[in-house]
Design a protein around this ligand. Structure first.
Ligand SMILES: Nc1ncnc2c1ncn2[C@@H]1O[C@H](COP(=O)(O)OP(=O)(O)O)[C@@H](O)[C@H]1O
Ligand code: SF4
Ligand SMILES: [Mg+2]
Length: 392
């Protein structure tokens, strides 16, 4: 029997009131995060990544917000949990870090004092014992001269050191789940790589699972076991990172992958960008929200949001067609199989996977949106670009 997952999110929906009606921001998001797993939640700005995380943490306090669905953390329901109990979970079992460490620290106290206080709020330790623990944590996070650094104020540290200190504070109570919302976005690439190394190491040193939120597929590729691609508040695709990168099942995933610079060979003059923008929440279409930007879109895509359907390895496309007959409820149940890949696109339901479709298109295809994808043995690669916009 498979071990129970740490976090099991089913059908999570978040809506905010606006001008007398409820506007859905996050719709039917489901995923499973296993013990010591790293799951990447990826999507363009405004796709609902932070709202998903804040809903799980019970941190949305907007008047009239409606949160439905289920999020079982070690079997305990987080949706609708009283603030008092959520408060107990936050900082002891679940911790969150943000893009800007200054949101976690107050500028008027040293970082050591702030981490000491966090430790003492949950454990009966003397000030001296708490400081010893703080110094140990900072050392674990790769902070040089941790005892001296603990006596410094947040503004006296570099961005990378502040981020390490924030992770130290988040881990001070040994949480089982760390939610990291764009933790490396504001950092330069070298520091970003170090912080990602650190996040990867947390599972062995602290036994933590991580929900890593990012808009950067490169970060996901380097760090995450499982990937969930969010588009306009809905799951576009989810699956093991290796499988999803090798055989994207949703044109949006393929387009995101095309915006990653190739690791070797000649660098394209410009990287492809996905032309257009996701629809504003008020203007979300009834059907697939990616349709206005998708070169495969046809009438069926515009009727209703496509349900998640399981993908199968290339060569077994007929089975994908059968799987496409699944109801939404069956598909949601299938997501429990963590090792499987699912996409919310009518292409797999047609019995034809995206990758063979691209192959059919004479090794390169051009979308009206300006994406040009080419295929190599490594999968989909950007070939040329017709778009002048910078990548995501
Ligand atoms: N408190 C709120 N009230 C109304 N709309 C909100 C609120 N918070 C976020 N939104 C909207 O939800 C959408 C998703 O936001 P967010 O989760 O922050 O995106 P992401 O983190 O993916 O960039 C955006 O359109 C944003 O304007
Ligand atoms: S459902 Fe249709 S519009 Fe949406 S991504 Fe798939 S082919 Fe494109
Ligand atoms: Mg965000």
């Amino acid at each position: 029997m498979l071990p129970a997952p740490l976090l099991e999110v089913r059908d999570l929906c978040v809506s905010f009131p606006s001008r007398g009606r409820m506007i859905p921001i996050v719709e039917h998001v489901s995923f499973t995060l296993g013990e010591r797993d790293i799951l990447g939640l990826v999507g363009e700005s405004g796709s609902g990544k932070s709202v998903t995380a804040m809903a799980l943490m019970g941190l949305i306090d907007s008047p009239g917000v409606q949160i439905t669905g289920s999020a079982l953390f070690r079997g305990q329901e987080l949706v609708g949990l009283a603030q008092k109990q959520l408060l107990r979970l936050r900082g002891s079992e679940i911790a969150m870090i943000f893009q800007d460490p200054m949101t976690a620290f107050t500028p008027v106290y040293t970082i050591g004092w702030q981490i000491d206080e966090q430790i003492r709020a949950h454990e009966r330790l003397s000030r001296k014992q708490a400081r010893a623990r703080t110094v140990e944590l900072l050392a674990d996070m790769g902070v040089p001269d941790p005892a001296r650094t603990a006596d410094r104020y947040p503004h006296q540290l570099s961005g990378g050191l502040r981020q390490r200190a924030m992770i130290a504070m988040a881990l001070s109570c040994n949480p089982s789940l760390l939610i990291a919302d764009e933790p490396t976005t504001a950092l330069d690439v070298t520091v970003q790589a170090q912080i990602l190394d650190l996040i990867r190491s947390l599972r062995s040193t602290y036994g933590s699972s991580v929900l890593l939120i990012t808009h950067d597929m490169g970060v996901v590729a380097e760090t995450c076991d499982t990937t969930l691609v969010l588009y306009s508040g809905r799951v576009a695709e989810t699956g093991p990172t290796d499988a999803l990168f090798a055989h994207p099942g949703h044109p949006y995933t393929a387009a995101l992958l095309a915006s990653i610079p190739p690791l070797d060979g000649p660098r394209p003059h410009r990287l492809p960008a996905i032309a257009g923008a996701p629809p504003a929440p008020l203007e979300r279409p009834a059907g697939c929200a990616f349709a206005p930007r998708c070169s495969y879109a046809h009438e069926t895509c515009r009727d209703a949001p496509p349900p998640l359907v399981p993908l199968v390895p290339a060569g077994q496309a007929g089975q994908a067609g059968q799987a496409g007959q699944n109801t939404g409820a069956q598909s949601a149940a299938n997501i429990q199989q963590q090792s499987a890949q699912f996409a919310a696109c009518v292409l797999p339901a047609e019995g034809t996977l995206l990758l063979p479709r691209l192959l059919e298109a004479d090794t390169a295809m051009s979308s009206p949106g300006g994406i040009i994808l080419g295929l190599s043995d490594q999968g989909i690669q950007p070939m040329l670009s017709s778009a002048g916009e910078p990548p995501l």
